[in-house]
Design a protein around this ligand. Sequence first.
Ligand SMILES: [Zn+2]
Length: 227
Amino acid sequence: MQADLTRLSFSEVDRSGRKITRVTQTAQITGAAPTSMQLDLPFRVAPTVLVRHQWARRYILRVLDDGTLRVTLPRWGSKREALAFVEQSRPWIERQRAARQARPAVVHPDEPGLRRRALRELPPALTALAAAHDISVTRISVRNQRSRWGACSAAGAITLNWRLILVPEYVREYVMLHELMHRRELNHSARFWRHVQAVCPRHREARQWLLTEGQRLFTGPAASGEC
Ligand SMILES: [Zn+2]
């Protein structure tokens, strides 16, 4: 099995990223626990998804358009070997992701106007949501963060990215609720996500939007993406 891993060249992997017709098992691998929520909710979170496919004859890597890495395991494959293969293929994965991020960014001709509007509209919206969920916030600021949609400090100061004015309403609400839920849980634990789920049933859809569309609202190089 180890031989199968090492024999698999990058081009071979690239070519065989074919459509999967049957999924028997999936698992989500997330990064290490963050040490602080002060740098929060980056716009680029590219998850790794393991899919076991009973007809696959070897491990297959595929980087999807949103940067998600899909690892297909053959029926006899192990998660440990799959992750070893992922480690081994890091340079190829990063090249694939970089190529997918090369899509042109959306340019805003009236950025100053949009930022003024964000400053007018975002804090009252956050205040209303905080009140609706009985959560205290010590300070709200709107900033031009280069790589984050929002942040929440341990002291209760919430920072929002002005670009939230450009995203669909349910996505904006998700980001605000995400930060507000950090007032209850200052981490990304399962307990935190249960809070998010309770107040924002569309959070998965919103996160998907941020992954696939949100990135284009930023210009310049992408920052590191791990939460
Ligand atoms: Zn967070």
